[in-house]
Design a protein around this ligand. Structure first.
Ligand code: NAD
Ligand code: UDP
Length: 341
């Protein structure tokens, strides 16, 4: 292990939504941060504000190819996360989770580095157990359109645990539940980005099915904190650990919250439910509470207000608001009708 004076940390997918917030946080800790990304769903804009930092390095690279960098810790976040994005090139999505994880686990083995996998609540599929606890093995359709993501992430978890058992690699597996916040991709088709944009543009909010399906939404700053805590946990803590906000609400209720917070005149439009769309999702976070001393602290309205402010700034091109993400942003955000950026 290198001198603890300046820890060197690799974040794959560092130019993405979650990854850019994590890079920011790790730089604030004083670490040297290497961001690896192929810009499939991330963007240079997401990390533009970090580029001047001499402790920040960016490497354009696809993790399905082997990688050689010298680091103490690896956060593997590289993978498209929204159903629209991960289904766009399903074979590449699978390769990213499976071949990409193998490449990074080999790197961790060679270096003796800690490695954390950004797994997902999707490993539970359309769950029969509610809320979902880590001991539940899940209910995944292995041949459906979501399988490239779900099965890829499940296989990645298998690889992480095999490398831990076989080679003693210090692994950490985080099962992340729906996370939202500033810098979400504007066209990723996810519920929060869709609803906020639709409300700000005074377009109908597209509710799939009858809107009774549920999700539990975690604000991105809370999630980044949880990832850092998991990485720093004792070596015996390998996970999987659920990370998310246990406050569950229906898709229809979220639409109403967004309409109220944006004071938008948008109507609600009901569209067909996508295939294999999970009916209920809520994390049991007892493990995260016990092992990491973590629970989310941002309530939905506060997080949504910051997210709305950031989307509104991007639509109107207001530079100060675009860069203000973590805790800032006006609390009241009116509806704007803007053209797509
Ligand atoms: P995102 O799409 O914004 O970020 C993913 C990043 O990975 C992007 O910058 C993308 O360009 C990069 N990437 C994709 N494939 C790559 C490859 N083969 N090589 C190199 N870079 C690649 O998504 P996100 O929401 O920030 O999610 C980050 C991670 O967290 C993903 O692994 C995702 O599965 C996981 N996760 C996210 C959520 C959530 O709600 N946001 C929930 C569960 C799990
Ligand atoms: N959804 C919706 N309208 C949208 C986008 C999504 O009703 O415009 C629903 C979707 O069918 C799912 C939930 O919102 O039930 C969450 O979808 P998302 O794609 O954000 O994430 P998922 O949890 O399905 O991966």
């Amino acid at each position: 292990m290198r001198s603890p004076v300046m820890k060197r940390v690799l974040v794959t997918g560092g130019a993405g939504f979650l990854g850019s917030h994590l890079c920011e946080r790790l730089l604030e800790r004083g670490y040297f941060v290497i961001c690896v990304d192929n810009y499939l769903t991330g963007s240079r804009e997401n990390i533009a504000h970090l580029k001047a930092n001499p402790r920040f390095e960016v490497i354009e690279h696809d993790i399905i190819e082997p990688l050689s960098v010298d680091v103490d810790e690896i956060y593997n976040l590289a993978c498209p996360a929204s159903p629209v994005h991960y289904q766009h090139d399903p074979v590449h999505t699978l390769k990213t989770s499976v071949v990409g994880s193998l490449n990074l686990l080999e790197l961790a083995r060679r270096l003796g580095a800690r490695i954390l996998q950004a797994s997902t609540s999707e490993v539970y599929g359309d769950p029969d157990v509610h809320p979902q606890c880590e001991s539940y093995w899940g209910n995944v359709n292995p041949i459906g359109p979501r399988a490239c993501y779900d099965e890829g992430k499940r296989c990645a978890e298998t690889l992480f645990f095999d490398y831990n058992r076989r080679h003693g690699v210090p692994v950490k597996v985080a099962r992340i539940f729906n996370t939202y916040g500033p810098r979400m991709h504007q066209n990723d088709g996810r519920i929060v980005s869709n609803f906020v944009l639709q409300a700000l543009r005074a377009q109908p909010l597209t509710v799939y099915g009858d809107g009774s399906q549920t999700r539990s939404f975690c604000y991105v700053a809370d999630l980044a904190e949880a990832l850092e805590r998991l990485m720093g946990s004792p070596e015996g803590v390998v996970g999987p650990v659920n990370l998310g906000n246990p406050t569950e609400l229906s898709v229809l209720d979220l639409a109403k919250r967004v309409l109220s917070l944006t004071r938008s005149s948008s109507k609600i439009e009901f569209l067909p439910l996508p295939i294999d769309d999970p009916r209920r999702r809520r994390p049991d976070i007892s493990q995260a509470r016990e092992l990491l001393g973590w629970q989310p602290s941002t309530d939905l309205d506060a997080g949504l207000k910051r997210t709305i402010a950031n989307f509104r700034a991007r639509l109107t091109g207001h530079p100060k608001l675009v860069s203000s993400v973590a805790g800032a942003g006006p609390d009241s955000v009116g509806a704007v009708a803007a053209s797509p950026s």
